[in-house]
Ligand binder design. Structure first.
Ligand SMILES: Nc1ncnc2c1ncn2[C@@H]1O[C@H](COP(=O)(O)OP(=O)(O)O)[C@@H](O)[C@H]1O
Ligand SMILES: [Mg+2]
Length: 309
């Protein structure tokens, strides 16, 4: 028997309502259920995950923005490390710059090394390509390499070329609670492949009016993606690299007005430790967990979990 969790936490894990958990306990379908002296139910988290696995859908979150340097890759890494402590999480690096891959200290440039390029061009299965990241306990990465940059050209006008990743992801959806996809700073075929898989999109935006204007193309593309991806449920904006400057505060106001409830409540503060951690090829959470941006990512992970879908 593993760790016991409260009923509300069990509901989040199972992605059902607390009432559903109560019903399952009443019907004897969660055998580990016990009550605390104050009458609160506690259940075994492993049992919750096992019992609800068939009805639970993984959350596939694509982090995208055609602007570079806004914190896409950092966000995927930090969320991955935090979510991967508790639930099975797969990260997919779909950027030929392979920054996410490098941030984990992995290199797929030597000839013959398998990467996402083999999935896109040779229809390799994701499970043949992914590598286990440790720690945390439940994190896997599909690495990228420079050769991925040639994939759009090789695919040309091939029929179905925008759905290759979606087909590959469909085959592993029962294995994970979260699949997070990092994308290149462009709206090319690789990004379209990623957006075609998404249930949710997170668009990080840093400061400045150009940052907000840049999302207009993104929104046009997302409208097109909705035509062929009916599973796309939520597009949310994440304010990154915030600080107390006028530019940053103005950005926050603009984002609130423009995106309203689709602006994630958590803003990620700017901090020098992000780059320091990157130099060490370590996630910020591992080396500077108390730094401002690390704490903000902890808050973001909680917010993402609480949003449920
Ligand atoms: N919250 C932050 N504070 C300070 N620097 C950051 C922060 N987030 C990202 N960076 C830095 O900004 C640069 C771009 O971040 P990255 O996550 O690679 O963005 P993208 O993937 O959108 O290009 C990197 O050098 C990274 O270390
Ligand atoms: Mg990046």
């Amino acid at each position: 028997m593993g760790a016991l969790v409260a009923l509300t936490d069990a509901a989040v894990l199972a992605r059902v309502s607390p009432q559903t958990i109560r019903n399952y306990i009443r019907d004897g379908r969660l055998k580990s259920a016990t009550r605390t002296p104050t009458g609160r139910y506690m259940v075994d988290r492993e049992e919750v995950l096992a019992v609800f696995r068939p009805v639970r859908q993984p959350r596939i979150i694509v982090v995208a923005n055609q602007k570079g340097g806004v914190g896409k890759t950092t966000t995927v890494q930090e969320l991955g490390v935090l979510l991967g402590r508790d639930v099975r999480t797969l990260l997919i690096d779909v950027d030929p710059q392979a920054n996410l891959t490098k941030l984990f200290g992995i290199d797929r440039e030597e000839p013959g090394a398998l990467s996402i390029a083999d999935v896109m061009l040779r229809r390799k299965a994701l499970r043949e390509v992914w590598v286990k990241i440790e720690p945390p306990a439940n994190l896997w990465l599909v690495p990228s390499c420079l050769a991925l940059g040639l994939v759009p050209m090789h695919l040309g006008q091939q029929f179905g070329a925008d759905f290759i990743l979606r087909d590959a992801v469909q085959k592993v959806r029962d294995d994970f609670e979260f699949i997070l996809i990092d994308t290149p700073p462009s709206l090319d075929r690789l990004t379209l492949n990623a957006l075609g898989c998404a249930n949710e999109v997170i668009i990080p935006i840093d400061k400045g009016p150009l940052g907000i204007r840049g999302t207009e193309n993104m929104e046009t593309i997302l409208e097109q993606v909705r035509d062929y991806n009916k599973d796309l449920r939520a597009v949310r904006v994440l304010h990154t690299k915030s600080d107390n400057t006028v530019a940053s505060n103005t950005t926050r106001d603009l984002l609130e007005r423009r995106f309203g409830p689709n602006l994630l409540r958590t803003a990620i503060r700017s901090g020098t430790k992000v780059a320091e951690a990157a130099y060490q090829a370590e996630p910020l959470q591992h080396v500077f967990p108390e730094s401002h941006p690390a704490r903000d990512y902890q808050e973001l992970a909680r917010e993402v979990l609480s949003l449920g879908a």
